[in-house]
Design a protein around this ligand. Structure first.
Ligand SMILES: [Zn+2]
Length: 367
C-alpha cells in the first residue's frame, strides 16, 4: 500500500483558498494560564515530589499558532528509559518549519519524569505507566500520573503521537503501531511515513486505549533501543511528526516531500530462545527472512557445535535482542508477517538508504 493518501479537497479552487485562511485563534488556556495566538510557553505539570523535596514536574511546551487549527500532542518517555523520542521532541521544537503554525502543538518530551530520573521504564512504584491509564486521582503513584496526564493534557488535544523505543537491550526497526480499527489513527499512521505499520489493538491500561475511549486518535512510533540515542530513529521520528503536522494542516508551507511506501504487517511474533546460552547473530534489523532460515545460533561457553535458531515463518525482522546472553524462553527476534513481503523488503531498504544518506550529510567534513 502506498503513502498517497494526502488530504484533498473537492471544493473549487476559490473556496479552497478561502478555506485555507482560518480564523485567528483564541487564547489557549492551560493550567490556569493563557497562551496568546502566535506565542509559545513552557509549563511545569506537577507530578509528585522527590525524597529531597524537589518537585518532579512534567515539562510541557505549547506552541500556539496565530490561526485556529487542530491541536496535536507529541509526547515521549511514557516509559522513562525510552529516550529517542525526547530528542525528537526537542528538535521539533527548534525546527524552522514550526513557524507560522495553524493550530496548536503540545510537546511533552518526558511524561514519566520519575522513571527517567531512575533511568527506568517504570515508575518508582514498579508500575508501567502505559498499563495504568486512564488512571485515578487517589490510586497508585503511576495511576495518579496517568490521571494527571489524561485530564490535563490528553483531553485538550485532537490527535496524539506517542514516541517509544524497544525495551532495554532490544532495538526496534522504525515502525508505527496502531489500532487498524481506528480509521483516523490509521490515516495518521500512513501519513507518518515509515515503511512498516503494525496492527496493534490498544490494550487495557494503555495510553492509546484511553485515546480510543476519548475519541482521540493516537499512534505509537517505535524506533531504536531504550537508554540509547539512535540518529536514524530520531531523524525518522522528526520527519514523521512534520509529515503529520503538514497533513493535518498545522503547517501550511509544505515542502516537496519524499514518497515513502509503507506496508501493513498482517501479524507479528517474537521468536524465543529454545535453550539458554550465548546468542550469535549477524542479522540486522530490517532483514528479510524465510521460514527455516538460521537466524542465529545459541552456544554454551564450551560447545563445539552451534545450535541454530530457526525462523518459524517468513517475514521481516522488526525487533531484536542486542544482548548475547539468553535464558530459555527469552525473546530474540520480532518478526512481522506480510502478504506482500517483497514490497515490505523494498520499502525498508529504500527507507534505510535514505536515512543513511541523510546521516552522512551531518558527518564532519574531512579534507
Ligand atoms: Zn515504550
Amino acid at each position: 500500500m502506498s503513502d498517497n493518501a494526502e488530504p484533498t479537497s473537492k471544493l473549487p479552487r476559490k473556496l479552497r483558498k478561502a478555506e485555507a485562511i482560518s480564523p485567528r485563534a483564541n487564547d489557549f488556556e492551560f493550567l490556569g494560564d493563557r497562551v496568546k495566538p502566535g506565542q509559545r510557553k513552557v509549563f511545569s505539570l506537577p507530578a509528585g515530589t522527590l525524597y529531597t523535596g524537589a518537585s518532579a514536574d512534567i515539562p510541557v511546551e505549547i506552541v500556539h499558532g496565530h490561526h485556529a487549527g487542530p491541536t496535536l500532542l507529541v509526547c515521549a518517555a511514557i516509559h522513562g528509559d525510552e529516550l529517542n523520542g525526547v530528542e525528537v521532541v526537542r528538535r521539533v521544537l527548534t525546527a524552522n518549519w514550526l513557524k507560522n503554525l495553524r493550530g496548536t502543538l503540545i510537546a511533552v518530551p518526558i511524561v514519566n519524569v520519575l522513571g527517567c530520573h531512575n533511568r527506568s521504564r517504570y515508575l518508582p512504584d514498579r508500575r508501567d505507566l502505559n498499563r495504568c491509564f486512564p488512571g485515578s486521582e487517589t490510586g497508585s503513584l503511576a495511576a495518579r500520573v496517568a490521571y494527571l496526564f489524561r485530564e490535563s493534557v490528553l483531553k485538550r488535544v485532537d490527535y496524539a503521537i506517542d514516541l517509544h523505543t524497544g525495551a532495554i537491550d532490544r532495538s526496534n526497526l522504525p515502525q508505527i503501531r496502531v489500532n487498524l480499527k481506528n480509521e483516523k489513527a490509521t490515516q495518521m499512521a500512513r501519513w507518518f511515513g515509515v515503511p512498516i505499520i503494525v496492527d496493534s489493538p490498544s490494550g487495557d491500561g494503555t495510553f492509546r486505549g484511553t485515546g480510543d475511549e476519548l475519541g482521540i486518535p493516537i499512534i505509537t512510533y517505535e524506533a531504536g533501543e531504550a537508554l540509547r540515542f539512535d540518529e536514524a530513529s530520531i531523524l525518522a521520528g522528526i520527519r514523521g511528526v512534520r509529515r503529520i503536522m503538514e497533513s493535518l494542516g498545522l503547517i501550511t508551507e509544505r515542502t516537496r516531500r519524499r514518497h515513502v511506501h509503507h506496508v501493513i504487517a498482517q501479524s507479528s511474533a517474537w521468536t524465543r530462545a529454545h535453550r539458554g546460552g550465548f546468542l550469535n547473530t549477524i542479522l540486522p534489523l530490517g532483514s528479510r527472512i524465510h521460514q527455516g532460515d538460521h537466524l542465529g545460533y545459541i552456544v554454551g561457553p564450551l560447545d563445539k557445535e552451534r545450535d541454530p535458531i530457526i525462523a518459524p515463518f517468513s517475514g521481516i525482522i522488526i525487533g531484536k535482542s542486542n544482548l548475547p546472553v539468553v535464558y530459555e524462553g527469552e525473546a530474540l527476534f520480532h518478526i512481522a508477517r506480510f502478504d506482500a513481503v517483497e514490497a515490505a523488503e523494498q520499502a525498508v531498504e529504500s527507507f534505510q538508504t535514505h536515512l543513511e544518506e541523510q546521516i552522512a550529510t551531518q558527518l564532519p567534513n574531512r579534507s
